[in-house]
Design a protein around this ligand. Structure first.
Ligand code: 8YV
Length: 320
């Protein structure tokens, strides 16, 4: 491919704070523009928006509908994170703007987080730790009995790379794996269910690993939550938007499900206040991929996508 013009730093826009290592490379190596804070944004975009050809963003703050409209000459979007639901993918597709994400490099860490939440939620580990710290054990009381985590029937909602890595780990715990995905997977021996409700009905723990975005919004609705049942648990390491959060809070408060382990929420970093009161809920601050090693790998892949686009207008890991 012949590259007619070079893309310069002032034609690359950093959107949102992004990962600190990514931000440092964007500043030092590329001298990119940075989208200003809300009060100065419109004026800045009116003056500079048409110059921007590449945008670098994250799963947290993407290129939303309005921002993308104000970047009329945008050619490519580079997203830090495997999830890109904060970006208006349908507008990008319509405008033929390719988008890259950071798959694979974070699969193990996110799956590890899911297993941590699974064990913690069923066995009540965080709650037990608070029990020790509060001096309740020392005062002579025993901690409540929890739920056995090994050998359970587990439903994976979304058997993509991360869902499969979670299943691999749960096999080591002797669990029977079931799944629901948009399509049944060839060569997968786990039992497939045609809907999220059927999956929840057939299993004891529902692990949400489906990609976020308009297609999965509210997939785990009140009916699915009801099907999880009073002895069942929900674990979510995907996106808060996949679950009807008010319905989940209600079910937890009223004992319609036994507990939940949540790394993601509908309006992060806000966590529904009602959940903070419950001992059968484990709450994490969206740390699924948050290890030194994985964030370094995500940084490298993000920057490699940018370098590749600048060099020959290809992306290393375009979304598929
Ligand atoms: C990131 C994530 O922390 O990759 C994802 O989709 O949710 C996390 O790994 C997040 O996207 C960074 O903004």
């Amino acid at each position: 491919m012949s590259i007619d013009t070079q893309i310069t730093g002032d034609q690359i826009l950093r959107v949102g704070p992004v990962n600190p290592a990514v931000a440092a490379i964007l500043a030092d190596e590329f001298q990119t523009a940075i989208l200003p804070a809300a009060d100065e944004r419109d004026a800045w975009l009116a003056e500079n928006g048409a110059d921007i050809r590449v945008a670098v963003c994250s799963g947290k703050i993407g290129i939303d509908t309005e921002l993308m409209k104000k970047l009329p000459n945008l050619e490519a979007i580079i997203n830090f994170g495997v999830g890109y639901d904060a970006t208006d993918v349908s507008q990008a597709t319509e405008r033929n703007i390719p988008l890259s994400n950071t798959p694979d490099v974070l699969t193990d860490c996110v799956a590890d987080t899911a297993l941590g939440l699974y064990l913690d939620t069923l066995r009540g580990l965080s709650s037990a730790e608070r029990f020790v710290r509060a001096g309740t054990w020392a005062s002579g009381q025993n901690f409540r009995l929890a739920t056995r985590a090994s050998g359970r029937k587990v439903g994976i909602l979304g058997l993509g790379r991360i869902g499969q890595a979670i299943a691999d780990r749960l096999e080591g715990f002797g669990c029977e794996i079931h799944y629901h995905s948009r399509n049944q997977k060839d060569g997968v021996a786990y039992q497939y269910h045609g809907s999220a409700a059927e999956l929840a009905e057939a299993t004891e723990v529902l692990i949400v690993a489906a990609a976020g975005g308009p297609e999965s919004a509210g997939l785990v609705n009140a009916e699915v939550i009801k099907a999880v049942g009073p002895n069942g648990f929900i674990i979510n390491i995907a996106r808060g938007s996949v679950i009807d959060e008010p319905a989940l809070v209600k079910a937890l408060q009223e004992g319609h499900i036994a507990g939940a382990g949540l790394d993601v929420f509908a309006k992060e970093p806000q966590v529904p206040a009602e959940l903070l009161e419950l001992e059968n809920v484990v709450l994490l601050p969206h740390l699924g991929s948050g290890t030194v090693e994985t964030r370094a790998d995500m940084t490298e892949l993000t920057i490699n996508n940018l370098r590749s686009y600048l060099k020959d207008r290809t992306l290393v890991t375009p979304i598929s």
